[in-house]
Design a protein around this ligand. Structure first.
Ligand code: SF4
Length: 323
């Protein structure tokens, strides 16, 4: 059953987000090895009409009205279907129709069609757009995203550049790291360089934490993720980890364990920063040792420094991780 509007659900990126599913499952230009919706059954390259724009508007309008009746805020209407939202030829019209609801609109795209002028024009109508950039080199791109044979990486990267230069809303990027597929330092450095060029407001780094399309897919080691974070941040990118926990680095609870876990779910913490937090809370280093012993935190070292990262291998999901 394909529900057109669902939620609102809490999203770290977007607050309370009401999801909009404008594509039948699983229609996509990619068949990412980590896709949590499974393998792509309808590989597509051409845009098409799936639902009537009025039907999408009505589903969203009813959900927003119900949420408001229950006093639940809706911060964003988010196009996050079980496929690629820009394959919908009516996306621009739908964004225009939704405007009078008075809620900001977000689109999470895999970027593969950004080489097209009409797709960029549609996305320009949104308030917040996240573009997927898992790789900027041919080999890892093919390995991780398994693109439709008609797609060309150069066109996509140029399309992202053009879109980023003209977009007046908030631009985010999302990079999913898969062990042995796109997590080599040179591939990560190339992605960081590209992202620095397009200048997103925030660059998200994620790892597969939910059951992926291919059983062989594994998240990289914590150390690899911490290095990738560093490669991004040292390029001047505001970088956040999105590893399946609804962490919020800025909401201090006063409970030192919770605070350590939520901060490290967003970014690796230097040893000194951890010591400072413990001192402020009057807590002993044993708290951290216990979290490491329990497998909740990992201590990793690189560049001569020690960092703590939230572990994610055993994570059952929760939080984000949209396609
Ligand atoms: S992760 Fe997103 S882009 Fe990749 S196959 Fe799944 S729906 Fe398509």
């Amino acid at each position: 059953m394909n529900k057109i509007a669902f939620g609102p659900i809490p999203s770290r990126r977007l607050g309370r987000s009401l999801g909009i599913n404008n594509i039948p499952p699983k229609t996509c230009t990619y068949s990412c090895v980590y896709c949590q919706v499974g393998r792509t059954t309808a590989m597509a390259l051409e845009r098409g009409a799936f639902f009537a724009p009025e039907e999408i508007f009505e589903a969203a309008r009813a959900k927003v009205a119900a949420a408001r009746r229950h006093g639940e805020p809706v911060d964003y209407l988010t196009f996050v279907p079980d496929g690629e939202p820009t394959l919908d030829v009516n996306l621009g019209r739908e964004l225009d129709l939704l405007r009078p609801l008075g809620v900001k609109v977000a689109v999470i795209t895999n970027s593969s069609l950004l080489g097209r002028e009409d797709v960029r024009a549609d996305l320009a109508r949104a308030d917040w757009v996240s573009v997927k950039v898992d790789a900027v080199d041919e080999e890892p791109w093919r390995r991780v995203n398994r693109p439709h044979g008609g797609l060309r990486l150069d066109d996509i990267l140029n399309g992202i550049r053009e879109f980023a230069a003209a977009f007046a809303g908030t631009l985010a990027t999302e990079t999913m790291l898969v062990a042995g597929a796109n997590d080599a330092p040179e591939h990560v450095a190339a992605v960081a360089e590209f992202l620095a060029e397009i200048g997103p407001t925030v660059a998200y780094l994620s790892v597969p934490t939910r059951p992926p399309a291919e059983g062989t897919v594994r998240p990289p080691a914590e150390e690899t993720v911490a290095r990738a974070y560093d490669a991004f941040a040292s390029r001047g990118l505001r970088t956040e980890l999105l590893i399946g926990y609804p962490g919020d680095a800025f909401a201090f609870t006063g409970n030192v364990e919770d605070d350590l876990l939520s901060i490290t779910a967003v970014h690796p913490m230097r040893e000194e920063a951890v010591a400072e937090l413990l001192a402020k809370a009057g807590a002993s280093p044993a708290v951290v040792e216990k979290l490491v012993a329990d497998g909740m935190l990992a201590a990793v070292e690189f560049g001569g420094k020690k960092f703590y990262v939230r572990t994610f291998r055993a994570a059952g999901g929760g939080g984000e991780g949209e396609g």
